[in-house]
Design a protein around this ligand. Structure first.
Ligand code: NI
Length: 136
């Protein structure tokens, strides 16, 4: 971690009491750590708006009985192999499959990949959860 600095903040008493109660429930050992996480989350959200490389996870739930769907999803992923770090396929039950695709790239590229997977006929759910490379 870089050098620590102290700074003063003026804030509404009631607001701070509510925040302290919240971070206590979340098991933060002190207010400084909670506020640092809050700031970091804001900086990470900013990364998602920019053209920086980030990481994320695409989750997909689909019916593998749907004609050509498995091939379609595989082809889409091969078309974007440069964005995919790893993937895992789970057979949820007789009909449904769950795929976890770990991705790394620019936010727009990752959203585009998720949108293509979601649009494939037979996909019940597809979602992109953005993260960070951890540089912040
Ligand atoms: Ni399966």
């Amino acid at each position: 971690m870089s050098d620590l600095i102290r700074f003063g903040v003026s804030i509404d008493k009631e607001l701070l009491e509510k925040y302290d109660a919240k971070i206590k429930l979340e098991n933060y050992s002190n207010r400084s750590n909670a506020i640092a996480d809050l700031i970091r989350e804001e900086l990470i959200k900013q990364e998602w708006q920019e053209d920086k490389i980030i990481t994320g996870v695409v989750t997909i739930v689909f019916d593998h009985h749907k004609r050509d769907l498995v091939n379609t999803l595989t082809n889409i992923q091969h078309d974007h192999h440069d964005l995919i770090i790893s993937s895992q396929h789970i057979h949820l039950d007789h009909d449904y499959c769950f795929e976890i695709v770990v991705v790394k790239g620019k936010p727009k590229e990752l959203k585009n990949l998720c949108t293509k997977l979601k649009a494939a006929k037979g996909v019940k759910h597809a979602n992109l959860n953005l993260a960070t490379t951890g540089e912040i």
